[in-house]
Design a protein around this ligand. Structure first.
Ligand code: F6P
Length: 478
C-alpha cells in the first residue's frame, strides 16, 4: 500500500483515511534463522489506497492471522501505514473460522444442509462472544488511530459489529462498511437467532454508508433491515460493482513467467487427434463451498456423454486453490473435487488425452496462462458477491472467450447480456451451455469478448475505492 508521507503526522494527529479488514496487505513468516520475511498482497483495497496518495495519511488496521504474524507484532515489526492487531489466537479462531466462515458465509451463500444444520447451541454462543471481542478490538484500535472527522472504511462480514461500536466511541467519524459477499434473503437470514441477527444489522447500521457489489445484495440487506431491525434508520446504501484492473492484468499476463506456464499447460493439454489445438474450458477458483466446482465437473462429464464428438478434442482446465483449510468441510470439498476429476479421467481418458487438468496449488502466473488459453470460461457459483474471474478471463484471453456464467454471481448483473447464463444447480443445462460455448462462431465470440471486457473494466479497483471514499465524505454525518 501507499506508505504515509509522514507517519509522524499520522501518529501525532491521527489518520485521515482508515481501512479495516480481517486480512491485511502484509503477512509474515519466521524463517529458520529467526528473521521475519514479509509478504505483500494485492487486490482492490491495495490499489485503492495507493490511488489516494501518501499525503492522505492512510492507515490499514488488520488482524494478525498466524503465529508468525503475532510474533511480528510482538517484535514491533510493521509496515508504514499498517497496524496489525495481536488478537489472541483462540478468539480469532472462534470469530474467523467459527462465526465469519462457518455461520455468516454460510448464511449469505445459502450453504446449509438444513435437515441437520445450523445448530445454534452453547458452542455457537461462545464463538459469538469471541466475534464481539474481535470486533471490539478493531473498533478500539480505529477509535485510537483516527484523526477528528476521519473517514473509516470497514470491510466485510468479519467486521459487522465495528460500525456500531466505533460510532459509540467516536461519533465524529465518517464510517462506511463494504460487503464483498452477497447478502442473504430475508427467510435465510431469519435462520439466525433473533438477538444475533439484530446485533449484526444494528452493528452495520452504525455506519453512515453501506456499500454492496450489486443492487440485488443491497436490496436483500434493506429487506432484512425492514423485517428485523425497523428499517435503515438513516444509513445510506450504495452499490459499487468492483471491476477488473485491465491495465495491470494485460501487462502482468505477458511477463515471462506466464509464457513459461503457458508452454507447460499446452504440454498438459496436448493436441487433438487431427493435430489441431484442443479446445479449453477454463475455471479458476479459490475452493470455497459456494464455487460449485463439483457440479461444473459433472456438467463437463455430461458434455462428454451427450456429445462424444468432443472426446479427445477438449480439456477442462480447473484450478481449485486452497482456501480456509482450517475447516474440515473446506478440506473435504477439495477432496471431493479431486475425486470427481480423477473419476472422469479414469472413465474417459486415453493414453494421449487427460480430460480434466486439475491443479490445487495456488499459482497466479499459471492462472493468467490459463486465462490466455481459455476458449470457454466456466463461472457457475451457487452464489457469489461478484466473481472477478468472470471479469478477468475476457480481458486476458488471447483469442477471446465465451463466458458460461451463473445467474447467481454478482457479475451476472453486468455481464449477463454477453454470457451464456446457467442455473448453477442444473447440470444438464450447464452441459448444453458448454457445448453452445464451444461451438460459438469466432466472430460472435470476438464481439461478446469485446463487450465483456468493456463491462468488466468499467470500474477498476482504484476508482471503486475512490468513489466510496467520496460518497462517504458526501453523506451527512448521522
Ligand atoms: O471473496 C469474498 C471475500 O469475502 C473477500 O472480500 C475477502 O477478501 C475474502 O473473501 C476473505 O477470504 P479469506 O477468508 O481467505 O481471508
Amino acid at each position: 500500500m501507499a506508505s504515509t508521507a509522514s507517519p509522524h503526522d499520522v501518529a501525532a494527529q491521527g489518520a485521515q483515511v482508515l481501512v479495516a479488514s480481517n486480512r491485511g496487505p502484509v503477512s509474515y513468516t519466521v524463517s529458520e534463522d529467526g528473521s521475519l520475511q514479509t509478504k505483500r498482497g494485492g487486490g482492490g483495497l491495495v490499489s485503492g489506497l495507493s490511488a489516494i496518495g501518501p499525503e492522505a495519511g492512510a492507515l490499514w488496521v488488520c488482524s494478525a492471522l498466524s503465529d508468525d504474524d503475532r510474533e511480528a507484532v510482538r517484535r514491533g515489526v510493521g509496515e508504514d501505514g499498517v497496524r496489525m492487531l495481536d488478537i489472541p489466537a483462540d478468539v480469532h479462531a472462534d470469530a474467523y473460522n467459527g462465526i465469519a466462515n462457518s455461520v455468516l458465509w454460510f448464511v449469505h451463500h445459502l450453504l446449509y444442509q438444513t435437515p441437520l444444520e445450523p445448530v445454534f447451541d452453547a458452542g455457537f454462543r461462545r464463538q459469538w462472544a469471541s466475534y464481539e471481542t474481535y470486533n471490539r478490538a478493531f473498533a478500539e484500535a480505529l477509535a485510537e488511530e483516527a484523526a477528528p472527522g476521519a473517514a473509516v472504511l470497514v470491510q466485510d462480514y468479519h467486521l459487522c459489529l465495528v460500525p456500531g461500536m466505533l460510532r459509540e466511541l467516536r461519533p465524529d467519524l465518517r464510517i462506511g462498511h463494504f460487503s464483498h459477499t452477497p447478502w442473504a434473503p430475508v427467510d435465510y437470514f431469519g435462520l439466525l437467532p433473533a438477538d444475533v441477527r439484530r446485533q449484526l444489522l444494528r452493528g452495520m447500521l452504525g455506519a453512515d454508508r453501506l456499500g454492496f457489489l450489486t443492487r440485488r445484495w443491497a436490496d436483500a440487506f434493506t429487506a432484512c433491515c425492514d423485517e428485523f431491525a425497523g428499517g435503515l434508520d438513516g444509513t445510506e446504501v450504495g452499490v459499487h460493482g468492483l471491476g477488473a484492473d485491465g491495465d495491470f492484468l494485460r501487462a502482468r499476463s505477458h511477463e515471462p513467467d506466464v509464457d513459461e506456464r503457458m508452454a507447460a499447460l499446452r504440454e498438459e493439454i496436448g493436441a487433438a487427434p487431427d493435430g489441431g489445438a484442443r479446445r479449453t474450458i477454463v475455471r479458476v477458483d479459490r475452493t470455497e463451498l459456494s464455487k460449485n466446482i463439483v457440479r461444473g465437473l459433472l456438467a463437463y462429464r455430461q458434455l462428454l456423454d451427450d456429445r462424444p464428438e468432443w472426446r479427445e478434442r477438449v480439456v477442462h482446465v480447473a484450478f481449485a486453490y486452497p482456501s480456509r483449510q482450517d475447516l474440515a468441510v473446506y478440506r473435504d470439498y477439495t477432496a471431493e473435487v479431486q475425486r470427481v476429476a480423477r473419476e472422469i479421467n479414469e472413465s474417459y481418458g486415453t493414453p494421449g488425452w487427460t480430460p480434466v487438468v486439475l491443479h490445487v496449488k495456488d499459482d497466479f502466473a499459471r492462472s493468467l496462462a490459463a486465462y490466455r488459453l481459455a476458449d470457454v470460461a466456466l463461472v457457475n457459483p451457487i452464489r457469489d458477491g461478484m466473481n472477478l474471474v468472470a471479469k478477468e478471463v475476457p480481458v486476458v484471453s488471447d483469442e477471446g472467450c465465451v463466458l458460461v456464467l451463473s445467474r447467481e454471481a454478482g457479475a451476472y448483473a453486468e455481464l449477463g447480456d454477453d454470457a451464456i447464463v446457467v442455473n448453477p444447480y442444473d447440470v444438464l443445462e450447464t452441459a448444453r451451455a458448454l457445448h453452445e460455448a464451444l461451438t460459438t462462431p469466432a466472430q460472435e465470440r470476438a464481439e461478446h469478448t469485446k463487450r465483456l471486457t468493456a463491462a468488466a473494466t468499467a470500474l477498476p479497483p482504484a476508482q471503486w475505492f475512490l468513489d466510496q471514499l467520496q460518497a462517504l465524505r458526501g453523506v451527512q454525518p448521522s
